[in-house]
Every structure is written in C-alpha cells, then in structure tokens.
Design a protein around this ligand. Structure first.
Ligand code: 5CA
Length: 437
C-alpha cells in the first residue's frame, strides 16, 4: 500500500479530549474517529488491527470446538421478558420501538437470543455439547463512556455460549474457554491473568475475568508474580481433562480490588505484585439461569427432558485494541506486537523522485509482497523528519529506510520499532530477514 493513497489522517497535536494514552494514540495515528459519545468510526489503519485481532480470536475459538454464527444486533424485547431481564437490565439497555410499537432493543449481550436458537433446533442429548459464538457489535448505554474504546457505548465483543447435559460437562466447556482465552491473549502479545469475579447482570455461580496489567487500568489488581511468568498452554487437546491446567492457573493468588484479601500482602511479601488492570475477557458459568425460564431442554438418554447447563464467554475485541496499546507503546507512539500489526513493514523512501531510490523501494516492495508481507510504502513528498515521526507513531514492527547514500552502495537501514535497534543491510538481506519470521 502506498501511503500517498492510504487514508491515514494522523494528527500532530495531542487531542485534548483523550485522557489515556491508547485513546490519544488511536486518534493521533488516524485509527479511529469519534462519531458520538462512546461511538466510533474505524478508519483503515484501525480496521486492519481490529481484523487481525478478530482472526486470532476466531482461530482459537474454532480450535476449542466453538462454532461461529451471527446473531442480530437488534433484538426482540419479548425474549428478555421471558428470561426476566427486560426490567432488570435498566437504563444501560438501549430500548427501541418499531413502527408497530413493538419493544425492540440493541443487544447488550445475547444469552436470550442464543437460548432461543438452541431451543428451537436442538432436541436430543445426542446433539450436545454445543458451543456457539459470534463476533459482533454490542450497545450498552454506559453513564460515562470514556477512555475511547476502553469503555465505549458501541463495542465489538466475541461472545460464546455453551450448552451441555450436566454440570460436569458444562464445567468442561468452561475450562475449554478458559484455556482458549489464555492462548488467545498470549498470541495477541498480552499477559492476561485470570481472576475470580462476580457475575453481575449475566448471573451464575462461577466466573473469571481476564485482566491485562497496565498503569491506566480501571481497577486495582493484585497477583502472585509467578503468574506473570507462566506460559500459555501449548498443543492443547481440548477433549482431554483440562482441570489440571485450570488448577495450575488458579492455585496462585490473583484478585481484583473488591476480592482482595489484605492479609495476603503480608503472607506473599515480595511475591505479591499490586498493579492496575484492564478486563479484556470475562467468562461465566450460570447453569440453568436462562435455560430454565426459557425452557431450553433436550430429551435425555432415558427419554426424559433435561434442562441444559449453560455458560457464556466474552472477549472485549475492540477494547483489546486499546489494551494492546496501553501495554505496548513508548514516547514516540504505538509499538504493535507482530501478530496484530496493521502492516508488517514500513518502507520509507527518503528521496521520492530520485530514480535510484524509487527503483530500490519498488524492488524491496515487490520482493516483500511476493512473500506475503504487508508493506506500507511512504512515497509521500515529505520531509524525512515527518516520515520518521509518522512511522514511529503508527508503530509498524519493522522499518526499512531507503536513502540516496545507502542505495548507491546497495544498502538500506532496517529498524526494529520495539527496540529502536538499527542495522545497515543489503536490500536482499533486509527482505530475507523479514521473510524468515
Ligand atoms: N454475555 C457475557 C459474556 S459473552 C458478557 O456480556 N460479558 S461482559 O459483560 O463481561 O462483557 C465481555 C467483555 O466485553 C468484557 O470483559 C469487556 O472486555 C468487554 N466490554 C464490556 N463492556 C464494554 C464497554 N462498554 N466497552 C468496551 N468493551 C466492553
């Protein structure tokens, strides 16, 4: 992609309305623009990051055995009257009347809709287990939308819903999602720590939040420092008993502020890390909370109806974009982890119009494209300082700087954004280095 053609409205000034660094950087890097309070447009750079995150979330959900569906964003209020949540949910729910004066709403979550899908089509214990998920927009009319995408009114969520025959199997579905989350966040370049949580308006007896540590996090958190070093599970067989993995992750102390036991500070001493955290995922086991009132049952092996056990599993996909920036930036801008970067490489031509520089850039661009590397080519007629600053701001993992002096010797400068480390290297060497990864 040529930067001269790419829609990338970067800002030099720091937007005054943005209080936290991820919000500031997303506006400055031309990723998003606010449409209304807590509602955002995603511009091309932001959209590319969001799509990369979606893809990783999707791959890990599929690997764990969940199946992707798409449910409507506008829902019928009738289902919520059945579950009893229509009145309970309160002013966070955006209520709409259609032309026939029917109660509709913009979905803040989808337990009712998915339970309706289930009860209409799944009739036998032989059809279980099922885990259905979507990646879709939600609306919650937050009193104080703030911090950009961190607490928006409209936001993108991955929401999965499991259906099982009994408690034990339902716990296995919960464990599958637990493990899938550990893997998902690790692939996104994040360290997310599971912490026991309250289930709030979703309900249920068992719930964990996945918390990323960052100075600007909304809540205070406490964790045993060994959890920060624990690697995500590899080569997982999701059919096997996953409880040992869960035990390993939950046996060490980790708590959000409301659950924190101050006595643990003395007990753990230097092993306790106190920090601030961002909730990027939340999983719930709530048994029959929805299946009972909504009559979601299957015929069991003995011919009798069995009300199914359910759980729901959310990931804040749009919030993750902000959380990744909070966890990975410096004074010059964003530092994207390789896995989610909007482009792999920024190619900077320091002398556009110079035949040798243009030629070298074309050669490098074509060679990297052939190897399926996404390149953003800064072919603008701009000062070098502007190009360097913009490239650092948007945080692509690698930069290749092409200038007339180097080109004369067949050399470019290769820079790793995260460390700032630079090396002089041949065109072919640079291409080779970026394609073996
Ligand atoms: N139905 C369940 C799980 S599918 C549910 O709605 N869970 S939730 O309320 O905890 O939301 C799931 C995740 O969405 C949260 O962990 C958080 O990362 C994200 N989220 C929640 N509210 C917002 C918001 N206002 N802005 C951005 N992300 C949000």
């Amino acid at each position: 992609m040529r930067l001269s053609r790419f829609f990338l409205p970067t800002l030099k000034e720091t937007p005054t309305e943005a209080q936290i660094v991820s919000h500031r950087l997303m506006l400055r890097a031309g990723m998003i623009r606010q449409h209304a309070a807590g509602i955002y447009n995603w511009l091309p750079l932001g959209t590319r990051v969001l799509q990369n995150i979606i893809q990783i979330v999707r791959e890990e959900q599929n690997a764990a055995g969940a199946q992707e569906i798409i449910m409507p964003t506008i829902q019928s209020g009738d289902l919520w009257k059945e579950s009893g949540r229509y009145d309970d949910y309160g002013p966070e729910m955006l209520r709409i009347k259609d032309r026939h004066e029917r109660d509709m709403l913009y979905g803040p979550t989808h337990e009712e809709v998915v339970t309706d899908i289930f009860r209409n089509s799944i009739k036998s214990y032989r059809d279980l287990p099922k885990n259905l998920y979507q990646i879709n927009w939600k609306f919650r009319d937050e009193v104080r939308p703030r911090f950009g995408l961190m607490r928006g009114r409209e936001f993108l969520m991955k929401d999965a819903y499991s259906f099982d025959l009994d408690y034990e199997r339902s716990r296995h579905a919960y464990n599958q999602m637990f493990v899938a989350y550990l893997r998902t966040f690790a692939r996104l370049g994040l360290k997310a720590i599971p912490m026991k949580a309250d289930s709030g308006p979703i309900g249920g007896d068992l719930s964990h939040e996945f918390i990323v540590l960052a100075d600007t996090g909304e809540s205070a958190v406490f964790t045993h420092k060994a959890l920060l070093e624990m690697p995500a599970p590899q080569n997982v067989d999701y059919e096997k008993d996953l409880q040992p993995i869960i035990d390993q992750w939950t046996s060490l102390y980790a708590a959000t502020d409301d659950k924190h036991d101050p006595a643990m500070a003395d007990k753990l001493g230097a092993d306790l890390v106190s920090a601030r955290g961002i909730e990027v995922g939340h999983i719930f086991h709530f048994g029959k909370k929805y299946s009972e009132p909504m009559k979601a049952s299957v015929i069991g092996s003995d011919g009798n109806p069995v009300t199914v056990f359910m759980g729901s599993y959310g990931i804040g996909v749009s919030r993750l974009v902000a959380a990744i920036i909070e966890a990975s930036h410096d004074e010059h801008g964003i530092v994207w982890p390789d896995a989610v970067a909007p482009f792999d490489v920024g190619l900077i031509n320091l002398k556009v119009g110079d035949a040798a520089c243009d030629e070298a850039c074309k050669k490098i661009y074509d060679a990297l494209s052939l190897e399926k590397r996404d390149v953003l080519y800064d072919d603008r007629d701009e000062r070098a300082g502007v190009k360097f600053a913009d490239m650092d701001l948007i945080g692509l993992p690698w930069q290749i700087v092409v200038g007339p002096k180097g080109v004369a010797k067949g050399i470019v400068e290769l820079k790793r954004r995260a460390t700032g480390a630079k090396e002089e290297i041949s065109f072919e060497g640079a291409v080779a280095k970026l394609t073996v990864m």
